[in-house]
Design a protein around this ligand. Structure first.
Ligand code: SAM
Length: 224
């Protein structure tokens, strides 16, 4: 019998945000493929899951790991893929692995749970009937500009991820490109100092605490 790969969502802050099924699947797994094995073993330890075989799996060794994972699956092993937080593959490694395993007709099963952009959208008060998820904007200036220009044309809610290092630059850009559009910033969701701010980008950029992780939701033109 061939094994299975489970793609398991884990909390984005509050460790209670894990599903019963995720805990069971992690317990039943032979191998845990983890973005950072120390983060994963600490997380699993909180749920009393010990003695697992951990294999590091990040953007720099994804290609190299594919054959190894395939071998384990051929042996009938159950493998769970976890990232440091939230849903694997959502701005996290795993795409090439999942694509390959699907092509090889292995079972790849989702174990759904938290994703930062969905959590932010759900409390943003912005139109969510349709939206564009952009994740982290490209660093290259020309590509970044092209994308923001496109968002200007497209009258849709869009969602961005940003780290503390680049939040200032991003808020400056939003203030320049979308001065009239409502913006919602979710900072450190589900953690001790979680914070949610709505307003125009030029207002928000001055009041934002520059600490932690951010999801930014930009509303449609003339709506909020
Ligand atoms: N896989 C994750 C998910 O399902 O959302 C995303 C991983 S990505 C590498 C990390 C980014 O997600 C952070 O820079 C931030 O933009 C966002 N993020 C993750 N956790 C967050 C939280 N608790 N509060 C706000 N943003 C968060």
């Amino acid at each position: 019998m061939r094994g299975k790969l489970y793609v398991v969502a884990t909390p984005i802050g509050n460790l209670e945000d894990i599903t019963l099924r995720a805990i069971r699947i992690l317990k039943e797994s032979d191998v845990i493929l983890a973005e950072d094995t120390r983060v994963a073993s600490k997380l699993l330890g909180k749920y009393d899951i010990h003695g697992k075989r951990y294999i590091s799996f990040h953007e720099h060794n994804e290609e190299k790991r594919i054959q190894e994972v395939e071998k384990y699956l051929e042996e009938g092993k159950v493998i769970s893929l976890v990232s440091d937080a939230g849903t694997p593959l959502i701005q996290d490694p795993g795409y090439r692995l999942v694509k390959h395993l699907r092509e090889m007709e292995f079972d790849v099963i989702p174990v759904p749970g938290p994703t930062a952009f969905v959590a932010a959208l759900s409390v943003s008060g912005m139109p969510t009937d349709s939206f564009v998820f952009l994740g982290f904007l490209p660093h290259r200036k020309s590509r970044r500009k092209k994308l923001l220009d496109k968002m200007k044309e497209l009258n849709m809610t869009f969602v961005l991820y940003e780290s503390v290092h680049r939040i200032d630059a991003l808020m400056e850009e939003l203030c320049e490109y979308f001065p009239e559009r409502s913006v919602f910033v979710a900072r450190e969701m589900t953690k001790l100092h979680e914070e949610y701010i709505s307003g125009l980008p030029c207002e928000i950029k001055n009041s934002l605490i520059r600490k932690g992780e951010f999801v930014i939701v930009v509303g449609k033109q003339n709506e909020g």
